[in-house]
Design a protein around this ligand. Structure first.
Ligand code: THU
Length: 144
């Protein structure tokens, strides 16, 4: 568990607010995510489920897509708030890989119904992420 500063608290509140928009008729599990860009902007997303279950979109990826569409590609922090009194929900593997496309050093804050907050970085959450050989993130090919 960790303390949060004022900016992180704002981000958590944004994630909590967008969680109420989650479309989750199949699982009943609501997730809200809020990203803070290095420019200070906040971008939010919630999970959107589908009758074809595999087409369900996670909150984290929806927030990332919204950020990129508004021109933001550099991030400081993501706050993820899930519903339920159960254990805190870390982001799924697919979301970790998608977030990692935009850097490994940003902070991940995981929030549940109570006051507890878990803190990590993408590097800690997804060591050895997939990097396309010869692609823009291949260190031996030079970073773009
Ligand atoms: N979900 C997310 O939004 N983010 C994750 O990282 C994992 C799971 C959503 C997808 C689905 O709507 C519900 O949680 C249950 O899996």
């Amino acid at each position: 568990m960790t303390d949060v500063n004022q900016q992180e608290g704002e981000l958590i509140e944004a994630a909590r607010a967008v969680r109420s928009q989650a479309y989750k008729p199949y699982s009943g599990f609501a997730v809200g995510a809020a990203l803070r860009g290095k420019d200070g902007s906040i971008h939010v997303g919630c999970n959107v489920e589908n009758a074809s279950f595999g087409l369900t979109l996670c909150a984290e990826r929806n927030a990332l897509v919204a950020a990129v569409a508004s021109g933001v590609r550099e991030f400081e922090t993501v706050a993820i708030v899930a519903s339920g009194a159960g254990p805190l929900a870390w982001p799924c593997g697919a979301c970790r890989q998608v977030l990692a496309e935009f850097g490994m050093d940003w902070t991940v804050l995981i929030v549940g119904e109570g006051n507890g907050v878990l803190r990590g970085t993408l590097r800690e959450l997804l060591p050895h992420n997939f990097v396309l050989p010869g692609g823009p993130h291949d260190p031996s090919a030079g970073d773009a």
